[in-house]
Design a protein around this ligand. Structure first.
Ligand SMILES: Cc1cc2nc3c(=O)[nH]c(=O)nc-3n(C[C@H](O)[C@H](O)[C@H](O)COP(=O)(O)OP(=O)(O)OC[C@H]3O[C@@H](n4cnc5c(N)ncnc54)[C@H](O)[C@@H]3O)c2cc1C
Length: 300
């Protein structure tokens, strides 16, 4: 006898407490935020959800934005378009550029920050930027073994660097019943920022870079790459070699750095095309920070 496809059970909590409680009781449920990541690649007709779904769109606590001197804090369900509306003076420029390049405007209105981070896709546009900015994410879950009378005390929360969400295989991992609730981005001044999303074979390749300079000396530099295969490629040894370096970089220094970067890329199994693009983007960035500029913040 043919099995009938049962419609999914849909929960629509309106408070964070209810959400965590429902999720703890139904830990195999699918969390549905804006739905754009889940529907990516489907034509509408072939989009199917089985089992139970927790729609988190009605949870107001997850839509809050908070700003202090030290950080910008975004609720996980804040839509991408709302972050763009905050403007470049509040949102770090590389993150702002990443958000502006994300899909068409209708998608940016629905797509949430948390959904972008939690999506199990090969590349997630904002992940490398958040990582370079040392952003933290808050994960919450309803702790088990608590009596219902002590429910308030039963909610556990932990803050971790965004990169710790990735396991060794580059998969997003959270404990069962855990929800991403907030994203905290430190307020820092960077002399140079860059965010480039390059199309081409095996694309996209995402290049993100931050650098700080003081009197023509590189005081801090961070570079990351995301490809279809790898969510995050970063070599802190190469970065450390550049710190303390006086700009402009000589042709010889640039050639040495290029060689080291390409060697490192080869070890990740990336194609020679991607490797060449990655090293070209890095050299362009190093040339940019070598240009004489007035004090301030520059974006490429
Ligand atoms: C036409 C189109 C173009 C797109 N272009 C881009 C692009 O250029 N760049 C890009 O990065 N993405 C793109 N996307 C993918 C998608 O829009 C984004 O990744 C988006 O940010 C996902 O957010 P969402 O709220 O829609 O997530 P959802 O689809 O609701 O969820 C995505 C995943 O995250 C989980 N999840 C969501 N919120 C939470 C939470 N708070 N805690 C725990 N788990 C959670 C869900 O269970 C699901 O597994 C595109 C999608 C479409 C349809």
């Amino acid at each position: 006898m043919a099995k009938l496809n049962r419609p999914p059970v849909i929960y629509s909590p309106t408070t964070l407490q209810d959400l965590l409680k429902i999720y703890s009781l139904n830990p195999d449920s699918l969390i549905y935020a804006g739905g754009t990541g889940l529907q990516f690649g489907s034509t509408g007709d072939n989009f199917q959800i089985r089992g139970s779904v927790i729609n988190i769109a009605g949870v107001e606590e997850l839509k809050k934005i908070n700003r202090t001197d030290r950080y910008l804090e975004l609720g996980a369900s804040v839509p991408v378009s709302r972050v763009i509306d905050l403007g470049k003076s509040i949102v770090p420029e590389a993150l702002y550029a990443a958000l502006k390049q994300m899909g068409p405007p209708q998608i940016r209105n629905m797509a949430t920050m948390g959904g972008n981070i939690c999506r199990q896709a090969n590349t997630m546009d904002i992940f490398p930027v958040l990582h370079l900015h040392d952003s933290q994410v808050e994960l919450r879950k309803f702790r088990e073994n608590r009596s219902p009378r002590r429910f308030l005390k039963g909610v556990g929360s932990r803050w971790i660097p965004v990169s710790r969400l990735l396991d060794n295989e580059g998969k997003i991992t959270m404990d069962k019943g855990e929800i991403l609730t907030r994203i905290r981005i430190p307020s820092e001044n960077w002399s140079f920022q860059s965010y480039r999303k390059i199309d081409g074979p095996g694309a996209p390749l995402i290049f993100t870079a931050l650098a700080n300079m003081d009197k023509h000396i590189v005081t801090d530099i961070r570079l990351s790459f995301s490809t279809v295969r790898e969510k995050l490629i970063r070599n802190r040894d190469i970065e450390a070699e550049m710190i303390g370096h006086r700009v402009p970089f000589s042709k010889r220094d640039l050639a040495l750095l290029k060689g080291k970067l390409e060697n490192y890329f080869k070890g990740t199994g990336e194609s020679s095309f991607t490797t060449a693009r990655a090293s070209a983007l890095t050299i362009q960035f190093l040339e940019k920070i070598s240009e004489p500029v007035d004090e301030g913040s520059y974006f490429q």
